[in-house]
Write a protein that binds this ligand. Structure first.
Ligand code: ADP
Ligand code: MG
Ligand code: MG
Length: 194
């Protein structure tokens, strides 16, 4: 069973920040197709703030997750900030009792579902988050599998967030939040193998 310790959390966020900064324009471009074109910029701003939180020394995993949550909530903005933020905030509370990764990510996925009210198939980040815990538990999480989860949002019609305003016209486009979430968990895989 993989555990989330301070070292893995730092490597994970470092990899994710790198990916987000690299794909900032791509992610905003995806959001321009079915939203307001800011998702990459939002995430890039948020991840820069997240990397600053690692300058406070000797934080426990729980304290570090809480600082990450506050950085995401205050700097990402839009819909994604409070959603990613709630996930990390609830993970920080749970990390006092468990550092088991699959359990923590399940708790994060539940927080996103509670906060945003989305169901599976609504074409949101939840369509990635919801499936990761079981994949971690069964050691079947892979980079290709994550890309496939995000790809599954393409034929979906958006039922939540800005993209839902487009109705049927949201079909045929990737959900930007699902793609950034794909990148979040691909970063975790990279951090685990580094
Ligand atoms: P905004 O739409 O406010 O500009 P972003 O562009 O940063 O915010 O984020 C958009 C992403 O947020 C979507 O692609 C989707 O994955 C996610 N999202 C929006 N609303 C919800 C919701 N209710 N539940 C889960 N995810 C959502
Ligand atoms: Mg947007
Ligand atoms: Mg916006």
């Amino acid at each position: 069973i993989s555990m989330l310790d301070e070292t893995l959390l730092f490597k994970w966020m470092t990899e994710f920040d790198h990916q987000i900064q690299t794909d900032k324009a791509y992610l905003s471009g995806l959001d321009a197709e079915i939203g307001d074109g800011d998702h990459g910029d939002n995430m890039a701003r948020g991840m820069s703030a997240v990397m600053h939180t690692f300058k406070t020394p000797n934080q426990s995993v729980a304290e570090q997750l809480k600082a990450i949550a506050f950085a995401l909530i205050s700097k990402v903005g839009g819909a994604a900030g409070p959603l990613y933020g709630s996930a990390f905030l609830r993970m920080s509370k749970a990390a006092v009792d468990t550092q088991q990764l699959d359990q923590l990510i399940q708790i994060g996925a539940d927080a996103i579902a509670d906060r945003g009210g989305a169901n599976f198939g609504d074409k949101t980040m939840l369509d990635v988050w919801a499936y990761v815990p079981a994949m971690l538990e069964h050691h079947t999480l892979s980079s290709a599998g994550l890309a496939q989860l995000a790809a599954h949002t393409k034929p979906m019609q958006a039922k939540k967030g800005r993209a839902s305003y487009l109705g049927e016209r949201s079909v045929g486009h990737l959900d930007p939040g699902a793609v950034s979430s794909q990148e979040l968990f691909q970063a975790l895989l990279k951090a685990q193998s580094a």
